[in-house]
Design a protein around this ligand. Sequence first.
Ligand code: FAD
Length: 316
Amino acid sequence: MQSPLRSALLAAARSPRLEKAASGTRLTRGVVDRFVAGETEEQAVATARDILGSGRYVTIDHLGEDTTDAAQANATVSAYLSLLSALAPLAGESAAGGPRPVEVSLKLSALGQLLGPDGDRIALGNAHKICAAAEEAGVWVTVDAEDHTTTDSTLSIVRELRSDFPSLGTVLQAYLKRTEADCADLAGPSSRTRLCKGAYAEPATVAHQGKAVDDAYVRCLEVLMRGEGYPMVATHDPAMIEAALRLAGEAGRGQDEYELQMLYGVRDTEQLRLTGAGRHLRVYLPYGTQWYGYFMRRLAEKPANLALMLRALTSK
Ligand code: FAD
């Protein structure tokens, strides 16, 4: 069962009216900045440089989702192409076949996936341009997972893109009942799969609820760690991280054969501790003006973040 507070926050995350209201508040500079690098590409690149300097890897997300017009999707492509030019000098040389320190994350709904019957074709074309530029820049790309109504479309677009860009990463959400089977499909050689618990409000018909999500997460990890791909373990949950390290050891994986991932602004001390212990840890770093949906999902994950927000709203 989802808590009523979590459900309410996730419903609010999709409300254009509340988004408009929130954008006009003082939230942006205060609490939002804990989770978002800033509104500009320059701020994102500067923060990425700091993260890389601390020994962590980075994946950068240009904020935006659920695009409803083609011009906006084109603007998102332009933003990524510009970002990739700026990131090329940071990407550096990575060992052949080894992890690339710099990655970008994409949401297909920001690239036109929801633009009617042609949506899939438009998103595929737009993502292809970004993947080609990323290849040139020495930067990895991973496609984020959105709500379950988009999963089939997203996985089929990723499958097509991977024929040209085999290193393209995919995100799977352990809360979806289909995901164990998707993990098995994506556990082959050269496949990169980010496993997260899942951040959207999903019905019990398609998604595990409560503690069952953690059990499913571990089962999915087992499939990915035993497979031949590159698992990307995206969680802040100490029990999931412990399971990942144990399963990687049992599968005989070296440090370069999987990575841990956390969100910017969450458990920073633990991120640095794991990096200091020799683990590869990648920070998911969002930037841009469309922070509302992303920020509301972070609030839904941890009620204490809501208290932080209320304090910021009521302080001078
Ligand atoms: P939880 O059980 O939610 O949290 C475990 C502990 O971590 C909490 O007790 C708390 O101490 C800490 N914590 C967790 N979240 C927060 C927070 N917001 N603020 C402060 N502390 C927190 N979801 C998708 O649906 N699609 C995606 O593409 C996607 N990409 C992701 C990429 C990365 C790198 C990460 C880390 C997460 C991603 N997520 C994505 C979000 C994910 O699905 C979860 O909603 C989120 O990570 C919280 O789950 P958890 O595994 O950390 O466990």
